[in-house]
Design a binder for this molecule. Structure first.
Ligand code: DGJ
Length: 726
């Protein structure tokens, strides 16, 4: 049993593969987070939680007189506000009396097989309830009548704990939630580095690593989406931990809206990390009997450095988050029209792309933005989802029939959460966008944001989308989202519910996206937000792949893909070969192969030479699909460590096969390049496919190979494929 309650010690022990998480309940009913780290067989935690009184500035509760206990110094697992714990609280509630003091104490617990999910939100799942076990701990604040349930799930074969919280107003009066974390985690130490992913449009998810210091370190989004700027991911790496060694704690929020992750190092050198919905722009009103669920948080423990952490996230997401047909089935290799034509296309041009794509071996044509209403540039028409017959004479049916007749599948673009002021829908319903009274709406890319909190608005968008999707054979949808939320108000939400809009927006998006994938289970959905502005586990629950960035330059993509890989598997990273000029087609292909792989160019512009390379890439896509999509990733040299070159490797789960890629970003004079490979079985013998030479796994990992004579000029790359000898 991965979860045990040791009743004589009032202690919960959660054992995941290679990791243990321990909670205890004090005599006064405080829930303490005692330990999270490497697996431990016993639970002799008597006295472990003892923290001496600091001074008269550490208050205690008169009812709880156990020696030295103060909420100020105790490792409270989910601290309320205003009753003696002065660190960042996990939950803060304004009660009907107008104060926000809460003091949650244990009232009971349950342990069961399987797991649930927060209402209306994506979450990890276990198809077989035997794969995981869940602990629910009930806490209550006697004074306000607020009741809290904390959910912990342990996946037996992974070093992962998932968590979320449910708050119920069990009183007779209304209350407002000012803040509620999905998880709050205590560490009796501060010797950590805080790692996170920051970025911007075209340069998403760069690694940053800095030592924790006394005080707060946080990342957040207040944009209404997870955003290009910070990803809802952070890690605490024990000082000295690196890619392959040392303890790393990884945190990721299964949420696509505004979030906050804060590490709070207190005066006594302990650390608390809270993660959840950003309290800024959040106030949730609960009438008596009502309940609020937080998004789910994923917690990963690794003893094998950042690499081990990434592989645990990847395995969890591949097996327990991504759903639908294309979770396992080979996805069609696609060509997208955006960088090939932008808004300038018609049926004949698209068919000409499809004809050439067919010759190359591509499986699907995706028609990007510009196919609907009067959308000839980005200034109009979002929300009017009817086909522009000036561009596509005879309508979509004619185009799709011609594409299908070539043997290609067909995909289409939507941006369902947006509305152009210059659109029929906006002229008819000016109150269908987010807005607040007496304040002009900010504009971005000439568009407003639709009020996704409204059922009637979502129904209208759905009816328009469904009219197209139900009529034609559409195999793929790209769901885009090209601006953030401002003037976030809804015509249907007034005080005391007005500030619920940011979260209600996300819930509305999830509901509509859920309708789409439930109605069309065979559809391949790819999310996108001006590139990778909403690359988060919430979106991955609906779409097995997300367009990683609008930047398709192979060299710049390296940092984007390395950063993304910290948390997200290769099969989720939308990556295409484009006409970008900095490198040749070999390198563009080798880089895009570390992702979903596809093309974003006019195939009629390919030279004969490039066509040959592209045809080989298509064959490689099929050859390495399983290895890249389901294998384990080992990062060898990353672009922040080394400004000149980077390298990575995929190893199949049975260790029978490995694929190594090396890219030189900038030529440098260095006579030797010896690379030691990772993740192989030391006892296996591997054949290097290109030369037929044989090496033991031990040799490849310890001595490595001298790769000095492989292509190493600026922008050049090479790939090595190792196969186990039978
Ligand atoms: C932003 C996306 O990232 C692009 O790939 C493309 O779909 C455009 N939007 C279309 O407007």
């Amino acid at each position: 049993m991965p979860i045990t309650f040791i009743s004589d010690k009032n202690l919960f022990k959660l054992d995941a593969a290679g990791a243990t998480y321990v909670l205890s309940v004090t005599k006064g009913g405080y829930l303490l987070g005692l330990y999270w780290g490497g697996a431990i067989p016993d639970a002799n935690f008597g006295g472990y939680a003892f923290r001496d009184y600091a001074s008269s500035f550490s208050p205690s509760n008169p009812e709880v007189t156990e020696g030295g206990f103060s909420p100020d110094t105790a490792p409270l697992e989910f601290s309320g506000f205003g009753t003696g714990d002065f660190r960042k609280s996990a939950v803060s509630i304004r009660n009907a009396d107008g104060n926000d003091a809460t003091d949650f104490r244990y009232t009971g617990h349950r342990i069961s097989r399987g797991k649930g999910a927060p209402a209306g939100m994506p979450a990890t799942f276990a198809e077989d309830p035997a794969d995981c076990e869940t602990l629910e701990i009930d806490l209550a604040d006697r004074t306000t009548g607020a009741e809290l349930t904390l959910f912990y799930t342990v996946f037996e074969d992974l070093p992962v704990v998932t968590r979320y919280a449910r708050l119920k107003n069990a009183s007779q009066k209304a209350m407002d939630i000012e803040k509620i974390s999905s998880a709050s985690v205590q560490f009796a130490a501060m010797d950590f580095d805080f790692i996170h992913l920051y970025g911007r449009w075209g340069a998403e998810r760069n690694w940053v690593r800095s030592p924790l210091a006394h005080g707060h370190q946080s990342i957040s989004s207040a944009r209404g989406s997870s955003s290009h700027y910070h990803n809802p991911f952070a890690a605490l790496a024990r000082c000295g931990a690196d890619e392959d060694r040392g303890e790393v704690y990884g945190f990721n929020l299964v949420y696509s809206g505004s979030f906050d992750i804060t590490a709070d190092v207190d005066y006594y050198e302990t650390t608390r990390l809270n993660m959840g919905i950003n309290p800024e722009g959040f106030l949730w009103h609960l009438e008596p009997g009502e309940v609020f669920d937080t998004p789910e948080a994923v917690l990963v423990y690794s003893k094998e450095g950042l690499g081990g952490m990434s592989r645990a996230f990847h395995r969890l997401y591949l097996d327990h988050l991504i759903r639908g047909k294309y979770r396992r089935e080979v996805r069609p290799l696609l060509i997208n029209s955006w960088e090939a034509a932008y808004f300038d296309f018609d049926t004949d041009k698209l068919v000409s792309f499809a004809e050439r794509a067919k010759e190359i071996g591509i499986d699907m044509l995706v028609m990007d933005d510009g196919w609907f209403s009067r959308r000839n540039d980005d200034r109009s028409s979002l929300g009017d989802w009817w086909v522009n017959e000036d561009k596509l004479p005879g309508g979509l049916g004619v185009l799709i029939d011609r594409v299908n007749a070539l043997g290609l599948k067909f995909g289409i673009w939507y941006e369902p959460e947006m509305i152009s002021p210059d659109s029929d829908i906006y002229r008819a319903h000016p109150d269908w966008c987010l807005h607040v009274p007496d304040r002009p709406n900010s504009i971005a890319r000439h568009q407003y944001v639709i009020d996704m909190s409204r059922q009637d608005v979502r129904d209208n968008i759905w009816e328009q989308m469904n009219a197209v999707l139900s009529k034609y054979k559409i195999d793929y949808v790209k769901w885009d989202f090209n601006r953030n939320l401002t003037e976030a108000g809804s015509a249907l939400l007034s005080a005391p519910h007005g500030e619920e809009i940011f979260h209600r927006f996300v819930l509305g998006t999830y509901e509509l996206m859920g309708r789409l994938v439930d109605t069309y289970p065979d559809l391949l959905l790819e999310n996108c937000s001006g590139g990778g502005g909403r690359f988060d586990p919430g979106m991955l629950y609906f779409s097995p792949q997300i367009w990683a960035s609008d930047n398709t330059d192979a060299i710049e993509r390296l940092a984007i893909q390395f950063g993304t890989s910290l948390c997200y598997p290769a099969s989720t990273m939308g990556a295409h070969v484009s006409m970008s000029r900095r490198t040749g087609f070999e390198t563009k292909g080798n880089v895009a192969m570390w992702g979903t792989f596809g093309y974003e160019l006019d195939p009629n512009r390919l030279t004969e030479k490039d066509l040959g390379i592209v045809k080989k890439q298509v064959a490689d896509y099929h050859k390495y699909y399983e290895l890249i999509h389901y294998g384990d990733l080992y990062r060898i040299t990353d672009p922040w460590d080394n400004a000149f070159r980077c390298a990575w490797e995929f190893v199949s789960q049975d260790k029978n096969e490995a694929l190594f890629t090396h890219v030189t970003m900038r030529y440098y004079h260095c006579p030797t390049l010896i690379v030691r490979f990772k993740g192989l079985d030391p006892n296996f013998t591997y054949t290097l496919e290109s030369t037929g030479e044989k090496y033991s796994g031990a040799f490849l990992m310890n001595a490595g190979l001298n790769l000095s004579l492989y292509p190493r000029g600026t922008g050049e790359s090479f790939v090595l494929h190792f196969v186990k000898e039978n």
